[in-house]
Ligand binder design. Structure first.
Ligand SMILES: [Zn+2]
Length: 481
């Protein structure tokens, strides 16, 4: 039985989109760049601003969470606060939804923007109106779309159709180094029956997405060495091993003729592959998104879809090398050479499995007999593979159908999002809905980041519906109020 107030709440949301955009613009004007200590004050200022907004909307215990002194992760210099708030007025028979988003931003240094990155600017584009600002879609509009939906329910229905907790993190863009510490220090703030993690992309501005898999990340140092000193190439060339050449040969050993990783390929389920044909990730879309030059082609598809290559297969990238640099030429065989390689792991693959195959592949019969060491670097991330089935996902399908006109496509992400892997590990038994407001034109983390305002509108409407659909679908589920 739909809530009597739902049509009114939807109508209000439709009529007040301009107010929602203005509210979003207010948040975007604060340069809350979490990686830069010069902006520490801005992160806290924005967090306080969000806290005050939640309090005004009617959320109880709207507060900033700060970690106890001395409780930082070993790789963290400091901790930015999380904003937490809750509304538990729906009572113990109704489920509790936790909504996660992040308020911090990527830096803009060195980027060339058409408009000032912290001054939101609206522009018409062929696919609709967009709002340009750092963080517009990653991730400010993601959680602001929830604030707007929640306020509409509270103002025009006097209540929410379920209990809601919010966590707005301040460190996602630096890899959520302290998020697990926050989970340990404030377990009540994370207690829920279903979680909506809102920081991901939609396949297009007309087609919503729910993310159900991520690739993991493994970074390694590979070093080839042969001597304790550089030696004259005229005297020793052709006689002693050259670690620089050996390193290049080792990297080449890892890839096939297309330059793709040849070790530990992941099996792709035939049914998944057939469904992935629906993903609007055609060659033209990829060409444009990847800024490919005229005359350069995409890699051959080899009977897999682009989505399968991007989301379901491991890949390798050379991050840096100590190969001799221009300006430092000398006629010498260098004593050692190192490369930092990054491996994206297919959903389900572990860092341990990749490392084992890698060691075997690189250390067995090394080129010209150099000594090879392989060391894992800190900062890896688990892959994530999720079965998005059950009443919570049926509820999401209904909510999106109402707001977008179609059910969300189940999509993957080729990247690694540490907080998702963390939520998956800590709360994997709960339904985890990963949504967001990004689209292929968003350019998150790059210049001229933007939000499609039609997507923002549909996201707010989907949230209005999702609150009630989840409230109905999970009533009777254990409510951890
Ligand atoms: Zn984000």
């Amino acid at each position: 039985m739909p809530h009597a107030a739902r049509p009114r709440v939807m109508a209000v949301v439709d009529a007040s989109l301009e107010l929602a955009i203005a509210r979003l613009e207010g948040f975007l004007a604060i340069p809350a760049i979490s990686c830069d200590p010069a902006h520490d004050g801005d992160v806290r200022r924005l967090a306080e601003h969000v806290r005050a907004d939640l309090e005004r909307v009617g959320f109880a215990r709207a507060r900033l969470l700060d970690l106890p002194e001395g409780d930082l992760a070993s790789n963290a210099r400091r901790a930015h606060p999380c904003v937490a708030a809750e509304w538990l007025g729906a009572g113990p028979t109704k489920p509790t939804i936790l909504v996660y988003g992040h308020l911090d931003l990527q830096p803009v240094k060195g980027e060339s923007w058409d408009t000032p990155p912290h001054t939101p600017v609206r522009k018409q584009t062929p696919s609709g109106e967009r709002l340009y600002a750092r963080g517009a879609a990653d991730d400010m509009a993601g959680w602001v779309s929830w604030l707007v939906a929640l306020e509409a329910w509270l103002t025009h229905a006097g209540e929410l159709p379920c209990n809601v907790r919010l966590i707005i993190e301040g460190e996602e863009e630096i890899g959520s180094p302290n998020l697990e510490r926050f989970m340990d220090a404030f377990p009540d703030a994370f207690t829920a029956d279903v979680m909506v993690l809102t920081d991901t992309e939609n396949p297009s501005v007309d087609l919503p997405g729910l993310t159900v898999s991520l690739r993991g990340l493994l970074e390694v140092d590979i070093t080839c060495s042969s001597a304790t000193s550089d030696v004259h190439s005229g005297l020793f060339g052709n006689i002693v091993p050259d670690p620089t050449i050996a390193l290049c040969m080792l990297i080449a050993r890892l890839v096939d003729d297309d330059g793709r990783l040849r070790i530990l390929p992941a099996p792709v389920d035939a049914e998944w592959l057939a469904r992935s044909v629906d993903v609007p990730l055609g060659d033209d879309v990829v060409r444009s998104a990847a800024h490919l030059r005229e005359g350069v082609n995409l890699l051959p598809d080899r009977h897999l879809t682009r989505a399968a290559w991007a989301w379901r297969q491991p890949s390798v990238t050379v991050l840096s090398t100590t190969l001799p640099q221009p300006g430092f030429e000398k006629n010498a065989i260098r004593r050692e050479a190192t490369a930092v390689l990054s491996f994206r792991l297919a959903p389900g693959q572990t860092r341990e499995a990749m490392l084992e195959v890698l060691e075997r592949s690189l250390k067995t019969n090394p080129p010209s007999g150099v000594l090879v060491t392989v060391n894992e670097r800190a900062g890896g991330s688990m892959s994530w593979d999720y079965q998005a089935e059950g009443p919570a996902f049926d509820a999401a399908d209904r909510a999106y159908k109402e707001a977008w006109g179609c059910v969300p496509l189940r999509i993957g992400v080729g990247g690694s999002i540490p907080f998702v892997a963390l939520f998956g590990r800590r709360f994997g038994s709960l339904p985890l809905l990963l949504n967001g407001v990004m689209d292929p034109q968003t350019t998150a983390h790059g210049p001229n980041e933007s939000l499609h305002l039609g997507v923002f509108h549909k996201a707010i409407k989907a949230n209005v519906a999702l609150l009630e659909e989840l409230g109905e679908a999970l009533t009777g589920a254990r409510a951890n109020v």
